[in-house]
Design a protein around this ligand. Sequence first.
Ligand SMILES: [Zn+2]
Length: 238
Amino acid sequence: MLAAGIQARSAVLSTIELSPIWHPSPNFGERRDGLTPSLIVIHYTAMGSAQAALERLCDPKAEVSAHYLIGNDGTLWQMVREEDRAWHAGAGEWDGKNDINSRSIGIELDNTGLHPFSEPQMTTLETLLPRIMNTWSILASGVIGHSDMAPDRKSDPGPHFDWQRLERQALARPRGSDIASASPSPGEFRAAARRAGFTAPVEDTQLLAAVRLRFRPWAKGPLETADLNALTQPNTTT
Ligand SMILES: [Zn+2]
């Protein structure tokens, strides 16, 4: 009975992961320079409803899109084929590389940015991420937020997004320990941030804000040891 139960559950999961609602957007092109996805960029829509976001992401005048949109109720829409270059990331840089649109899959989460992400939505995201990661051999460290690559322009998926939940499932880069050491200098902090991928050319305050959005959204005030520690990855192979 147990085996049957597991089988039934995985059948449900595979139905979810294999059956996004196809709602094509005209806003895409070819990936440049033969690039394939090595990153997954997570966004929030900052709109009032999934339907409103879907309309905007498919409006030729808006000139924006994403590969996927996940509704607050867990519904999954696909707007652009994974092979193609959706227009979700814009200007920015991650790990020394730009043209993030050519290097990534974009996932929009239906959320205003002002409240937590729902359980059905997180469940759909956690079903979708491993599928994309398997298809394109994307590492956990390649799952990033929009604010990670554009700290001067963007703050999504924002302080309410539960990165630690993804980290526990190896669906995002794990954070370092919170053990105290000597206070870091801004230079030390920037060097550690660069090693972790935060290479976009921004000011110290913007860099600190971006790292905190990703790892320590509750933190306030000047740079502290825990900000540096969060960037020190416990396992460098992921
Ligand atoms: Zn975004």
